[in-house]
Design a protein around this ligand. Sequence first.
Ligand SMILES: *[C@@H]1O[C@H](CO)[C@@H](O)[C@H](O)[C@H]1NC(C)=O
Ligand SMILES: *[C@@H]1O[C@H](CO)[C@@H](O)[C@H](O)[C@H]1NC(C)=O
Ligand SMILES: *[C@@H]1O[C@H](CO)[C@@H](O)[C@H](O)[C@H]1NC(C)=O
Ligand SMILES: *[C@@H]1O[C@H](CO)[C@@H](O)[C@H](O)[C@H]1NC(C)=O
Ligand SMILES: *[C@@H]1O[C@H](CO)[C@@H](O)[C@H](O)[C@H]1NC(C)=O
Ligand SMILES: *[C@@H]1O[C@H](CO)[C@@H](O)[C@H](O)[C@H]1NC(C)=O
Ligand SMILES: *[C@@H]1O[C@H](CO)[C@@H](O)[C@H](O)[C@H]1NC(C)=O
Length: 510
Amino acid sequence: MGSFHYNFDLGGLCKTQLILCMILYFVFIVFSNQYHNCPSSNFFSSFWKTAPADISISSSTVVSPTISAVSKSPTISTVSNDSSTISNESRTISTIPNESPTNLSHLVIGLVGSESAWHHRKAYIESWWRPNITRGFLFLDKEPTAELLPWSRASPPYRISDDLTAFLDKPDLTAQRIIHGIMEVFREDHENLRWLVMGDDDSIFFLDNIVDILQKFDHTKYYYLGGHSEFIFSNYWFSFSQGFGGAGFMLSAPLAKALAKEMENCLRRYAHLEAADQTTMSCIADIGVALTPLQGFHQMDMRGDASGFLSSHPQFPLLSLHHFDMLEPIFPSMDRAASTRHLMKAAKFDQPRMLQQTVCHHRQRNWTFSISWGYSAHIYERIMPRSYLQYPIETFETWLPSPTPPHYMFNTRMPSNDSCEAPHLFFFKSIKKTPKNEIFTSFSRAWPRGLLACSPTGNNSAEIITKISVLSPATKRTKIDRCECCDVYRVHGSKAYVKIRECVTNEMIT
Ligand SMILES: *[C@@H]1O[C@H](CO)[C@@H](O)[C@H](O)[C@H]1NC(C)=O
Ligand SMILES: *[C@@H]1O[C@H](CO)[C@@H](O)[C@H](O)[C@H]1NC(C)=O
Ligand SMILES: *[C@@H]1O[C@H](CO)[C@@H](O)[C@H](O)[C@H]1NC(C)=O
Ligand SMILES: *[C@@H]1O[C@H](CO)[C@@H](O)[C@H](O)[C@H]1NC(C)=O
Ligand SMILES: *[C@@H]1O[C@H](CO)[C@@H](O)[C@H](O)[C@H]1NC(C)=O
Ligand SMILES: *[C@@H]1O[C@H](CO)[C@@H](O)[C@H](O)[C@H]1NC(C)=O
Ligand SMILES: *[C@@H]1O[C@H](CO)[C@@H](O)[C@H](O)[C@H]1NC(C)=O
């Protein structure tokens, strides 16, 4: 779980420490840039050793050399058998003989939270939790106060975390409580368990996509699935080998069992570590299991406006979103809780397509449409290739001050006031099923772009468009070996109509 983000709730003291640490970090960066010959690592590591747990820079995902190298075998893209290049390894991963396909009933979810934060965070969890269907528990630090009682039926059932003071002599046991939660949820419920899923009390999970992904893995083998941080330095400081727990990580049953059994030894052995996810990774590494990074987990280690990131999602099923408390609401003119529920409205219709980016062109007007399914739609006033639009617009800021790039685990585009570069922005408004068994999603303009048209003749402005309607098939898309394509089939007055379809052979999106 995410060590830090979690601790943000623990009060003003921690915030002060956080700010202090940010300042120290900034000083460190300045110094280390100025004195290249001065080995900074000693200072830095001792700094981290003495730092309180909450400095932590928590963290989740996306395209890194590590990810693409590792994910070649076990991800969905290689599971199809239409390729002679499938390795022996991926074949063993994709086929599980004599077992029914994994479904939601095989997952047990452990969420570790705090009583004080639950008052507002329950809205996030209740947006995706399916009462009496999702198995799992919320672990609180103390009994809920009267305001939370009677306990909401839409919430996961709660448990109070074990008291660890008896066997660990440490002033702050928050990280250890989070890690110990793995054992506690396993102890609580492990009948027919195939996968143990751990998350924070503000982690938003996309359960159908998670189940689809887990079907590709053999739950009888040892697997540790998770995501990197978006913020490069979080991975560097903590570990490129860890799954960032706010985004969530998943342990196959044999690994969960081994880790639960080893838990107390593990906590003692790594009592000097402050960060929960790093400790968990260390224990798992000692069992002999390495992280399989998945690009759908999102720690959301960024600040401010995440819309650029969510509008150019990696070509991988969306599994989780974290840090909603740290970001601005993801929909303009909605608060965080309402934004979460709004996003889940789309997810209820079609999880595999959530945030999948589809690009098409309207040649007569030189417009490019980029749809992030269920979330946003952009219109650019020139023809742009998909290769370019796949990079998120850097609407967001770094998780911690980071004076020089690289900041992120992916490339970005900078926001621009150039009318040929800046998109018109539309956000998800409503969704319904049509009588012709299609999904009809409507996106409405966020605000006027306020720039001249891109075309020198001035006649290709998209300013008049206020609404984009997107039709997509109601059929479940099971393979994401290739993105979908689309057609702008009508532009009429203030409305544009786009239809999503499979790309045809040899189609180029450029
Ligand atoms: C995949 O394997 C199945 C069963 O062996 C076979 O029926 C099918 O044609 C194969 N698909 C492709 C695309 O080769
Ligand atoms: C798979 O592994 C077996 C034994 O290790 C080997 O004999 C076989 O040639 C391999 N097949 C492929 C397609 O690499
Ligand atoms: C999930 O799989 C089990 C078999 O392992 C089966 O009994 C159960 O009906 C399935 N549940 C759903 C909702 O499909
Ligand atoms: C869940 O199950 C319990 C006991 O079977 C029942 O009392 C409760 O109403 C159910 N809750 C929901 C939301 O269906
Ligand atoms: C579209 O772009 C082409 C090439 O840049 C240009 O010749 C044409 O005039 C543009 N059309 C409009 C409507 O802007
Ligand atoms: C674009 O223009 C607005 C208003 O003039 C300004 O606030 C903003 O900083 C500009 N953005 C960029 C990326 O130049
Ligand atoms: C815009 O102007 C160009 C050049 O005059 C012309 O070729 C094009 O058809 C016009 N487009 C529209 C949508 O009116």
